[in-house]
Design a protein around this ligand. Structure first.
Ligand code: ADP
Ligand code: MG
Ligand code: ZN
Length: 632
């Protein structure tokens, strides 16, 4: 489970052993040369010779050794030699006038020894250690800047004194920011709330699809409140050893209470917070349940007025245990949704500040072309554009870089080398124009930003960049139906023009079915089922797989109804296309030739045709039927 963890820091034991080794080294090598008397061993013969030649000023005799000081040398320099049973030595010394005595050469006192051997080295080590941890270690990435991990249970709790993020870094998400503003205020000034007797919610749950800035928001709250930020990811609680998760939770809260006011952030809380004993998997996961229980206990246990705010993030709120969500725990839910048009523009602008970007970039049109993209994807789009600018050997990012990078992020890189036969290319062009034309005839406005038929690495053969001018919240039944008509337009064009069908519509088929199904099972848009819900969505933010909740007989009826809707839509698409066959041909041949058609070009061609009168249209229709005959 933890196979890809960073290498653990070396244990304290490692450092103790290292320290002791180095102290021993200093004691045996360095200290003697600096602090001990300088001693040179000589033979008894040379000693006698020195005495005879009058070179010796002083001799000290011990039980086993004789130490001699040379004339003019310092008191701390000795020649030593072993003591030989020599009765004539005294005589010789007297003769050459050497001062001599039977004493031990002066040695360091025990106190001095203790100081030089132990106190000094340990002091030096302390200094070195400080130097290392303060200045060198962080630069090498040990202990990492102002974030460090600690905890008795090796918990990967990251505490940052200052996250350095503010609400200004989070674009859009105004509702979420507003909800969190109150928490910031509480952290600034807990007493204000205490006085009036108001209890700040202990925890808030940030809920939304991946990449919408939940983690970013939590860090911004800490940054705004200027309080420490403890963060841990739910998956890190659940590790190898049973009982560790609970210990971590305890640690986390203990540390947080010591540092209050502060923010505790549990990212991906669904990893621990899943409903207990869901039945499906029998006994369930003991370790996870223990961890969750500990979390619940800690949340109840601590005093909210101290100024500890718990934030958690998840993209699967429906899986969370109800106990987590009740008042006194994560009772506040902050939705962090995919950005709307304005939000996307704001996010693009925030991230554009990080790169050198041309002044005449049209953020609005970029925002329009990125409907459905998350904040993380938008940040990625800016970065990809910067990379492309470098590749093109430019120093600023241009609009073209951004447009290309949108396609890269959404549809993959261009497969320049891909070989597609002219016939296939023609099919693809008609297919894409089929979608666009059906959409345009239903809405009477530019349905697309751009269509290209340059193959992409993700396998898409053509690519249509949709326009979404206004992100609407409510969809009318007609709009949903028209969407299905548009989705079936690609296949309809193929049928109409080539009389055969290809595998290119797999994605469309899936999408059409999904829309039609939700109309029947969840949106109450059919007479037959009125307002009965026959399906529930399990996973709102992660694709939303639905599960049926009805009898088999009803399920069969649902299938029949879904098929009927799709068939009706398909027929409508075919009618639209055959009524506008001339436009279909003209647009498709333009796309085939240029490989790309923009929304404006598309509308221009469409308009050109509309200005012609009914007679011209009739002639065109006659041509169409001829074409058809020739091709068949
Ligand atoms: P989540 O936790 O919701 O999955 P993150 O907070 O990790 O998403 O967001 C990932 C990245 O996407 C952020 O670091 C940021 O660069 C970018 N991002 C997402 N939402 C926004 C936003 N609203 N404003 C600015 N940047 C955003
Ligand atoms: Mg996150
Ligand atoms: Zn299609």
């Amino acid at each position: 489970m933890t196979s890809d963890k960073k290498p653990q820091k070396k244990s304290a034991l490692y450092y103790y052993v290292l320290t002791i080794l180095i102290i021993m080294l200093i004691n045996t090598v360095i200290v003697p040369t600096f602090f001990s008397p300088k001693v040179q061993e000589i033979s008894y013969g040379s000693f006698l010779q020195m005495v005879d030649e009058g070179k010796v000023s002083k001799v000290q005799i011990t039980d086993r050794k004789i130490a001699a000081t040379e004339k003019g040398a310092s008191e701390k320099e000795f020649f030593v030699t072993g003591r030989v049973d020599d009765p004539k030595l005294v005589e010789r010394l007297m003769e050459s006038g050497v001062e001599f005595s039977q004493v031990i050469p002066k040695e360091n006192t025990p106190l001095e020894n203790f100081f030089f051997n132990w106190v000094a080295p340990i002091f030096i080590f302390f200094l070195l250690g400080q130097l290392f941890f303060r200045f060198i270690g962080p630069r090498m990435g040990l202990g990492g800047g102002n974030a460090m991990s600690f905890g008795k249970s090796n918990a990967k709790i990251y505490v940052e004194a200052q996250t350095g993020k503010s609400f200004a870094d989070v674009a859009g998400q105004d509702e979420a920011k507003e909800a969190l503003m109150e928490m910031v205020d509480f952290l600034h000034n807990p007493s204000k709330y205490k006085e009036i007797g108001a209890n700040m919610p202990k925890g808030a749950l940030l809920v939304g699809p991946p990449g919408t800035g939940k983690t970013l928001l939590a860090r911004a709250v800490a940054g705004e409140a200027k309080v420490p930020f403890f963060s841990i990811s739910g998956s890190e609680f659940i590790e190898m050893f049973v009982g560790m998760g609970a210990a971590r939770v305890r640690d986390l809260f203990k540390q947080a209470e010591e540092k209050a006011p502060c923010i505790v952030f549990i990212d991906e809380i669904d990893a621990i917070g899943k409903k207990r004993d869901s039945g499906k998997f029998g006994g369930g996961n003991d370790e996870r349940e223990q961890t969750l229980n500990q979390l619940l206990a800690e949340m109840d246990g601590f005093d909210g007025s101290q100024g500890v705010v718990i934030l958690a993030a998840t993209n699967r709120p429906e899986t969370l245990d109800k106990a987590l969500l009740r008042p006194g725990r994560f009772d506040r839910r902050v939705p962090v949704e995919l950005p709307d048009l304005q939000g996307r523009e704001a996010i693009l602008r925030v991230h554009a500040k990080d790169v050198k970007i041309s002044d005449n970039v049209d953020y609005k049109s970029l925002a329009r072309a990125t409907s459905g993209a998350s904040g993380a994807e938008l940040a990625n789009i800016i970065n990809e554009a910067a990379l492309r600018a470098v590749k093109m050997q430019r120093t600023v990012v241009e609009q073209a870089d951004l447009e290309e990078s949108i396609e890269v992020v959404i549809a993959g890189y261009q497969r320049k080398g891909a070989v597609i036969s002219p016939e296939e290319k023609k099919v693809i062009a008609y297919h894409e124009i089929g979608h666009a034309l059906v959409a345009a005839m239903q809405k009477d406005s530019a349905p697309v930003h751009k269509i290209t038929i340059i193959p992409r690495t993700n396998g898409a053969l053509g690519y249509t960049m949709q326009i979404n001018d206004n992100d609407t919240v409510l969809m009318k039944k007609e709009e949903l139906f028209n969407k299905i008509v548009t989705v079936t337009g690609g296949r309809s064009a193929e049928e109409l023009v080539f009389g055969s069908i290809t595998s290119g519509a797999a994605n469309d088929i899936e999408q059409a079915t999904k829309i039609a199904r939700s109309m029947v099972t969840r949106l109450g848009m059919t007479e037959e089922f009125d307002m009965m819900a026959t399906e529930v969505i399990n996973n709102v933010y992660l694709g939303g797989d639905a599960s049926l909740q009805c009898s088999d007989a009803t399920a069969a009826k649902i299938d029949a109804k879904v098929l009927a809707i799709i068939k009706e839509a398909h027929a409508k698409a075919r009618t639209i296309l055959s009524e506008n066959r001339d436009k279909l041909d003209e647009l498709a041949s333009f796309l085939l030739e240029k490989e790309t058609i923009t929304g404006e070009q598309f509308m221009e061609i469409l308009h050109r045709q509309q200005t012609t009168d009914a007679v011209a249209a009739e002639i065109a229709e006659a041509e169409v039927s001829e074409d058809k005959g020739a091709e068949a």
